[in-house]
Design a protein around this ligand. Sequence first.
Ligand code: HEC
Length: 100
Amino acid sequence: MNKVFFGIALLVLTGCGTSRDYTPAADASGEQIFSTACTECHKPVSANVAMALSEKTANKDALIKKFQTGSMRMPAFKNIQGESANRLADYILANSQVNK
Ligand code: HEC
């Protein structure tokens, strides 16, 4: 019983405006970073589609800002920076569908 409560508390805590310490390996590809850090919440839409993006997020600047700063419901990934951030954003843009 206690375990269940702890699990729920953990889910609420991690989902809500927190940040993650995950740091990608220097040579990690965008796909590797996505499958390590993001698929826990963002299950790929299909074999070829990693995410469904809204129109306003479907550009590199908005994407990088989104995963570096997070939101109420998404943790911030402050350690995905520089080349890794570039690779992750490129991967998502190349493998996502945009909802109009
Ligand atoms: C703990 C769960 C969680 C993790 C881990 C997570 N996200 Fe999210 N993400 C969310 C939730 C919930 C939303 C919807 C609410 C929002 O837009 O803030 C979201 C929304 C987004 C959006 C906006 C989509 C759109 O266009 O509407 C992007 C982009 C995104 N996430 C990218 C990422 C990336 C990249 C990673 C990995 C580095 C990641 N997320 C990891 C929970 C998560």
